[in-house]
Design a protein around this ligand. Structure first.
Ligand code: ZN
Length: 133
């Protein structure tokens, strides 16, 4: 048996991990503000999920239906993608030009990102001062 050029690549169910071959399973596009398309900005915010059965596809849809769609998360990802594609630091005007975002959207996205970074930082030590100070 050979794998021809026309065979879709093997994939797995996004819920249970069952290996799917030969185009098995079903696909659905679900809203997800953390999903960025590698090339087409119009498809940002849509995630393609694959289920091994209609029941698993329904559960995947339900998961993303209740996940908050945060515009600032989407914009932050679009800004990150623009920055990653350039070896130098971009100016706000360049970011706006590359992403199509308005200055207020860029500001809200950067504020959101800083807030996410703060939440990811380790909590300060009890007492509020570093040891030895
Ligand atoms: Zn499954």
């Amino acid at each position: 048996m050979t794998t021809g050029m026309n065979s879709p690549p093997p994939s797995t169910c996004d819920l249970c991990g069952t290996r799917l071959t030969g185009g098995a399973g079903a696909l659905a596009a679900v809203p997800d503000s953390s999903a960025l398309h590698p090339r087409r900005r119009a498809l940002d915010g849509l995630r393609l999920v694959r289920g091994c059965s209609p029941a698993h596809l329904d559960r995947l849809r339900a998961h993303y239906r209740v996940r908050p769609f945060v515009l600032e998360e989407l914009w932050s990802g679009q800004i990150g993608r623009a920055q990653d594609s350039h070896p130098y630091e971009l100016t706000p005007a360049q970011i706006a030009n590359l992403t199509g975002l308005l200055p207020t959207q860029i500001a809200r996205a950067l504020h959101w990102r800083r807030h996410q970074d703060d939440e990811a930082a380790p909590a300060p030590l009890a007492g509020g001062s570093p040891p030895g100070s």
